[in-house]
Design a protein around this ligand. Structure first.
Ligand code: NAG
Ligand code: NAG
Ligand code: NAG
Length: 208
């Protein structure tokens, strides 16, 4: 009898401990800490821009700080708290990237003389991405060679804004046409011109 009582108490302790662990795991998940793979990709995007324009760390995307992985809740580790980013608060996946006009008010001559050689394959890390705004970022048509058509694997991508990137022209259309999930595609103030063979091939709301 005595022994059974003890083992019952032991198992009660065991189960309440398990319950606590499960609760902690659920809490961690619902808190929406960002996904490590996506955090790394964001840091690579930042690094690519800084490298191109020789920017200073404190001025450019100052909230995008790398304190290393495994340090959630310190404001730096959780990329869902960073500026220009929206996450799904349940899954922690990045859903919107508002990367328009990245040079900001720092309207230096260096920006006017150089395109940003962004490798769009970096966005393949954001599996739940819904909206990508790259308006006015000195992108040129070299981005086509960095896997633009591969973005078609992002099945939730609905909004793509490439407006105000002057050098983008009609050559980009074949790659863009593979992005069939798009609902809004903004190509205004680029070098696109003429008539496009869009009917039947392309359904999104197109601005140019
Ligand atoms: C977040 O993700 C969950 C699970 O995929 C989904 O059900 C929910 O609608 C998403 N929330 C938003 C605001 O997109
Ligand atoms: C992209 O961002 C700019 C600047 O905030 C905004 O004016 C534009 O509407 C955005 N594009 C889309 C498609 O939402
Ligand atoms: C872009 O990134 C992908 C994936 O990291 C890489 O395989 C590819 O070579 C890069 N493309 C260019 C043009 O740098």
């Amino acid at each position: 009898m005595e022994c059974r009582g003890l083992s019952n108490r032991k198992s009660w302790l065991y189960w309440s401990l398990m319950l606590m662990i499960i609760q902690i795991l659920i809490f961690r998940q619902t808190k929406g800490d960002c996904i490590e793979e996506e955090r790394k990709a964001l840091l690579e995007i930042k690094a690519s821009h800084m490298k191109s324009y020789d920017s200073e760390n404190d001025h450019f995307l100052p909230t995008w700080v790398d304190y290393g992985s495994g340090t959630p809740g310190d404001g730096g580790g959780d990329c869902c708290d960073w500026e220009r980013i929206t996450c799904n608060t349940t899954t922690g996946h990045v859903t919107e990237l508002s990367l328009y006009y990245l040079r900001g008010t720092d309207d230096d001559i260096k920006f006017w003389s150089k395109f940003w050689p962004l490798n769009v394959s970096l966005f393949l890390h954001f599996k739940e991405l819904r909206s990508l705004n790259l308006s006015d970022d000195f992108l040129d048509k070299e981005i086509m060679k960095t896997g633009l058509e591969k973005l078609s694997t992002l099945k939730k991508l609905e909004v793509l804004d490439l407006s105000f990137n002057d050098d983008i022209d009609n050559d980009i259309l074949p790659s863009l046409m593979t992005l069939t999930s798009l609902k809004i595609l903004d190509l205004s103030f680029t070098s696109l011109n003429g008539n496009f063979p869009l009917s039947g091939m392309f359904s999104p709301f197109l601005c140019f």
